[in-house]
Structures are given as C-alpha cells and as structure tokens.
Design a protein around this ligand. Structure first.
Ligand code: PNW
Length: 449
C-alpha cells in the first residue's frame, strides 16, 4: 500500500457506501412483503454454499436506525440502498403495500436527518416470484410491470431521493441468473438468456420516463464492468476478447448510449420491437459503475458452449472470493469508457467497489482488516488517476456498509466496513471503517490538510 498521503478529490466529490435490500433487510415475511425469486432459490437444496437464506440477513428492517447512525459516524455524503419490489408490490403488480412504502419513507427521512443523501436502486435482483412464474425477465411484460413499480415508488419518494438508480448490474443478473444458473432464478439458457438483457433494458428505459414524472433528481443505472485482458495473440484470442467485451461491457451500455446492440452470437433481434431502442436510449444523468476486477480471456477450447474461455489473471493478490485485487483495472476501465463512448458518456459515479476477506474479531473484540484498507487505498488512487486522465468521476461508493448475505455464497463472504455477528446481530466497525472515515474527513474543504 502506498505510504504517500491520499491525493485530494474535487470539491463536491460524493463519498458513499452501498447495500441492497435482500442482502441486509431480512424480515422476509413481515409487513406484507411478498416472496422474491431469491427466497425461492435459497429454499432449493444446494443453491447457497452454506445452505442459508436472506430471511433474516442483517435484520436491517428492524435495525435501520442503528445502521443510519453507522453511516453518520462514517461521515459519508450518500447511502445507496435498494428498494425491495416485493415489499412495494407483493405480487409484482397492482396496488402498493402501504407498510412497504412506509419503511422506505422512514429510512429516507432518517438519512436526510443525518445529512446523508438517499440514493435508491429500484431493482437489485429481488424479482417478485409471481412475475418469475410468468417468465420473469424473459417475458416482455415484466418491463412494463417494472415501470409501473418505479412510477408508484417515485410518486412517494421522488421528492426526497437524491439519485435514482433503475437497475443493478443487469449483466450479472442476466448471465448468472438466466445464463449460468448460479443466481436466482437459476435458469441455464446460455446465450438464449438474451431476452433477459433486452427486457431489463426496456424496463430501465420505461422506468426513466416514469421517474421523470415524479422527480427532478438525477437518474442512473448501475452496470457491472470488467476490463478485458486478452491472453494470447492469435486471431482467435482477439476474437474471443472482443466477444467477451461485447457481452460484459457493451451489451448494457451501447444501447443505453444510443448505439444499438453490439454484434453478439445468439443475439436474436426478433424480440426487439420498433421503438425499443429509442426507449432504452432515454437520456440518463449518471452512469453507475460497479467494478470488482478485470477478466482474462482467450479463445475457447474445442467443444466449449461459449465463444471464449475465462482465465484467472496471474500476478495479483486475491480476495477471499479469489478475485484479483487490481486497482489498475479500474483506471483502465474508466479510460475505456471515456475513449469508447466519448461525448455520449454521462458523468460516472463508482456505485460499487469493495472486497471480501475473512474478517473476525480479535480477543479484544476489534476487527482489523488491513487488506481492505489497502484495497480501498489502491482503488481510490486509481479513481484519482482517472480524474487526472480526464474522466468525469463524481463519486465513489464502497460495497458494502455491512457484512451481508452474499447471494449464492450465503454468509461466507464478508464485504463490510462493519463486521456483523449474525448470531447476535452485533455490528462492529472494522479498522477500514475508521480509515475511510478519516480519508473522507481529510477530503472536506477546510480540513487541516
Ligand atoms: C455485485 N461476478 O455482484 C452485486 O451488485 C452485489 O450485490 C454483490 O454483493 C457484490 O457485487 C459482491 O459480489 C456481483 O461474478 C456478483 O463477477 C458476481 C460478480 C460480480 C458482481
């Protein structure tokens, strides 16, 4: 880790942390919440590595006041949370559930009282199960249902949420949920999962219009990106790299920024109706960038069902998820977005960046996580370097405030700045929390440095 002082960030740079509803709230059947695809998926044996579910998670639904106090103590400008669609519309359609809306209404007011900007994601993968029963995101009507949910939610919260994010990582949702089956709803359609891409994007575009009717706050989407490192120098390796680039980085960005779909094997244009590309290209104010790591790609082995092979990258330290710690990839990615999309690229906020380690309290109850401090230090310096390269980055949100229910990995991966003892729900700020608090404080205009 660099011993040089953290460089300054521009005045107004937004410091934040992120969470998502299903990973922290628990209270799965409280106050009229309906089931989501993740409740169903976790009940199916063998899907979650430790056999757990998100039914209780961090019990944030009951403990939100304590969690807002943790945000205030950290000194962040903003908190990115997600709204559970099955709390707002338990069946995914029809009238709203007042208790569900009331919960987020209170949360937003608590955040504002703590001087923390509420940043709300409308969809972080917890589709109401009844919508999956009629085809989920493979079904065009789900896009219209999503816009209706967005409209009803913004009608209540649109005056106070400071940044709206329509979808979280539609690429991961499509690929792991509908393509490879590791996430809910557990479908394994490979390239036949493409309708789940188009209908999410369509839902996004329709939701942008619905949000604009109720808010003057900026509107964004949070995409997952991974800079592609091509391993090998054959034409086949380069073609594999381009195919992976199109799938991971361009499929959910080219159409948003008015370029239509990239060329991809298996992409059936028949489901794209006239006018859809215009709906999808509705202007957004911010591009949310979730970055974890770069991807090594080379030509596929004979007989592979995919047009590329993904290969582990050597030469980097690794997190508990075995993901490489590669801050250089963040600078590279931001430069790639800037160079690829030029004037069409809106300002960027890093809406997720973080790492999992096996953090545990010591005998004194303290949780030291020097690897996370080094991770954040490196990634913040990478953002600073990208700013110097001319990329317009307006904020950085750490994933995550709390250790939480990490999807198919259950409780085995800890991403928090705050440790959670799930048996007692005790929250213990880790050393990275104190470190980040000091970095944020030092970045304020008029601070001592
Ligand atoms: C993101 N991958 O998911 C999500 O937005 C969060 O909910 C999640 O907790 C966080 O990152 C950490 O995993 C991802 O396989 C899941 O590359 C998988 C991948 C990337 C992001």
């Amino acid at each position: 880790m660099s011993t040089a002082p953290m460089p300054q960030f521009p005045t107004g740079f937004r410091w934040g942390v992120s969470t998502s509803a299903h990973q922290i709230e628990g209270a799965a059947t409280v106050d009229g919440r309906g089931p989501s695809i993740w409740d169903t998926f976790a009940q199916s044996p063998g899907r979650i590595s430790d056999g757990s579910s998100g039914a209780v998670a961090c019990d944030h639904y009951q403990r939100h006041t304590e969690d807002v106090a943790l945000l205030a103590g950290l000194g962040v400008d903003a908190y990115r949370f997600s709204i559970a669609w099955p709390r707002i519309q338990p069946t995914g359609a029809g009238p709203t559930n007042p208790a569900g809306l009331d919960f987020y209404d209170r949360l937003v007011d608590e955040l504002l009282a703590a001087d923390v900007d509420p940043v709300a994601t409308l969809y972080h993968w917890d589709l109401p199960q009844p919508l999956e029963d009629t085809g989920g995101w493979l079904h065009r009507d789900t896009a219209a249902r999503f816009a209706e949910y967005a409209e009803k939610t913004a009608a209540r919260l649109g005056d106070r949420v400071r940044l709206w994010i329509t979808l979280n990582e539609p690429f991961i949702h499509m690929s792991l949920g509908y393509g490879m089956g590791q996430h809910a709803p557990g479908r394994m359609l490979l390239f036949d999962a493409f309708p789940a891409a188009h209908h999410q994007l369509l839902g996004h575009g329709l939701a942008v219009a619905a949000l604009r009717a109720h808010t003057t706050s900026p509107v964004a989407i949070a995409n997952n990106y991974s800079p592609v490192r091509i391993l090998g120098d054959s034409d086949a390796d380069r073609a594999a790299g381009a195919a992976y680039e199109a799938l991971h980085n361009r499929l959910f960005t080219d159409p948003l920024l008015g370029r239509g779909y990239p060329e991809l094997p298996g992409l059936d244009p028949g489901i794209v109706h006239p006018g859809d590309l215009d709906t999808i290209a509705a202007p957004i104010d911010v591009l949310g960038v979730n970055y974890y790591n770069p991807t090594g790609v080379r030509a596929a082995e004979e007989g592979s069902p995919l047009p590329f092979d993904l290969v582990a990258l050597d030469g980097y330290p690794r997190t508990a998820f075995d993901w490489p710690v590669a801050p250089d990839g963040l600078r590279e990615l931001l430069g790639w977005l800037h160079d690829t999309y030029g004037d069409a690229l809106p300002p960027i906020e890093i809406t997720e960046s973080g790492c999992a380690y096996d953090d545990a309290p010591d005998a004194d109850g303290q949780v030291a996580d020097p690897e996370r401090i080094a991770y954040l230090d490196g990634h913040l310096r990478a953002v600073r370097a990208a700013l110097d390269d001319g990329v317009d980055v307006r904020g950085y949100f750490v994933w995550s405030l709390l250790d939480n229910w990490e999807w198919a990995e259950g409780f085995t991966k800890r991403f928090g700045l705050v440790h959670v003892d799930y048996a007692t729900q005790t929250r213990t700020p880790k050393s990275s929390y104190t470190w980040l608090r000091d970095v944020i404080a030092a970045s304020r205009p008029g601070s001592a440095r």
